[in-house]
Design a protein around this ligand. Sequence first.
Ligand code: C2E
Ligand code: CA
Ligand code: CA
Length: 681
Amino acid sequence: MQTLIEALQGTADLVVNRFYEELARLPKSRRILEMLSEQELAHLKMRQVQNLLAIAQPGLASKAHADMAMRIGRIHAIVGLDKEELVRSRGILQELVYKLIGRSVSSQSLSLYSRRLTSDTAWQLKAYQSVEDSQQEVLQRITRIVWEAGGYTHFIDQVIATLAAHDEVTACAIGRPDANGIFHFEAGAGGGNGSDALLNVLTTLGHEISVRADHAHGQGAVGRAWRSGNPERVVNYQTDPLVAHWREVAEREGLRSAVALPLTAPGQTPIAILMLYSAYPGGFVGPDQVAFIELLQTLLGCAVTRLQTHDGLHVAAVPMSVRQHWAALVRTGALEMHYQPLLSLASGHCGKVEALARLRDGDRLLMPDEFLFALASDDLLELFARGLAQALADRAQWLAAGHDLEVSINLPPAALNDIRYFDATRELLAAHACPSARLTLEVLENEALSLNQGQRAILAKFRALGVLLAQDDLGSGHSGLARLRELPFDWIKIDREIAHLGGVTTLDALRVVYQVTRLGHSLGKLVLAEGVDAADLLEALAILGVDGAQGYVIARPMPADELAVWIGGTARVSDAGAAASVLARLARFIVWEERVRMIAAMPGAARDLLGANDLREPLAEALMGLGDILPAGETRDAIQRDLLRALPGGRESAAWRAAMARLMQAIEAAAQEATATAHAH
Ligand code: C2E
Ligand code: CA
Ligand code: CA
């Protein structure tokens, strides 16, 4: 073997140079060689020489050799060297070795060397297989993430974490452009100098990326992919003139090539761009890689499109750096819980508050609509635990001041997949000596139609703990009626989109509130209306049988100390004059209508009952009870008579409809009169 090494030392350079000349004749390998800078090619040859010598070492253990060959094989797979050409090129190499040193060494060592070269090729091929397996695994994970995607931010964080763990990907990032076409990375990982270094470098040092063709920084892969809608590559940052702006950064971060994937449904304008960076030149162009990337793009495109229709993704891209700032705020005591009273409509008192998160950022108070969606899942857990701790501490203060208030707090959908939320709740209740029944968790739904087994199990644990559960935002589009029946909620909160009344739909809006309340009650749940911002609506809700109300008309969310003052003060919402309001009358009408509807549904029964003359008057009064809706007088009597006469004909009869139309008119008129009188005073 010693003579072999000596012979190789003399000729390895020649062998390798010849080898590369031959390699340049293989079509796919040539493409790879062509995109290397001179320096890179020289480096590659140097490594090849080292490798030829290493294989000739007499003491080379099989394990060490295998590791080395696998490592090199993985690089070959990652730069996209074609598998067949790999095998052919190894043949060429072997032949060259024979030809150039075959005569000067013993046949014994030559055959050992040749065997080692063959195993080397076999191990390299094994490395190809492992890269392919890893691609399969990544695709499977991504598929799961795509199916389970509930929110954009969480989704991109998961995608990035999965891709960054994949061998072929040295760094990756997802982002979107703003209105000016400046591109912002929203999530990313990898790069030579630690996970966020790359993004910070790319986004803060004037290496701004644009998606506009007329922008000086618009010709990078991101910009081109945004405009073309196709994957765009940088095969080598060191040689590609289009990305000269980023050459230095890329080198510093150890990024040699990249591909930009526009994410969208086929044929649509991109919604976001995924960048994958490789530590090697090549830009993900091998046939396996192209297939991998196409699948990846399709999967992620579907998810992003779905998330866009669902969330609207109306919120502008939040740069990674801002997200990190917010996440840091959550962890550094900038969280300030505010409290909004919930009014019990039966008692007219507030015995409960909803805790709502705000973030103090200098002299700005950030609202959840701004920061919530941009938080990663661990930040949300932190927000929950810190928010709950604060709320329970504040509750203890109020209690000390003589106000025993219930606290309600928002539980993000992710809490049903993550037992840490439950653990935090149990520990905090104990730590603050809060009876569990004084805490309500408001569960916001994700888009899934029904809960899986694991999620049900976590809900069951919360129930067993004794906290109350509320279904938040019913009717906001996120929550299905089916879940009402299925899930163990104590409260239903009707979204303000439904309770927001006004204009011509008022009557129907009240009808919906009324029916949802009846449905809730019949399922054994209490019902609260959110976003109540007018006094007359409160009275109407009480008439409709709604149990609770929350909204600006009662009080806005406020800091803990203000709440103590508020509760100690009035804490009772005045409803003077509201009884005469249009909404109150309409609410009474709706309740009345429901009663009459039942009778009208049985024309025969109505006819028989009403046929008994002596029963007629008292029955009419009992059935119709228009007294609550219209002021006494001729009009009311006339309408009542008409309705009674029409009743046996059923609800579809012309007579019934005409009488109803008259009733509606009279309600409007009476309400206008009441308003005018109120203004006159
Ligand atoms: P939500 O749970 O439906 O909370 C009620 C939101 O409606 C609050 O907004 C509140 O200020 C607002 N609101 C109350 N009354 C009225 C009204 O009469 N009119 C109108 N237009 N709005 C009213 P906020 O505090 O900005 O919270 C927005 C959403 O952010 C909440 O909706 C909730 O989904 C989420 N959120 C708030 N705090 C937290 C938290 O600590 N953790 C989690 N995971 N989510 C939170
Ligand atoms: Ca809520
Ligand atoms: Ca809500």
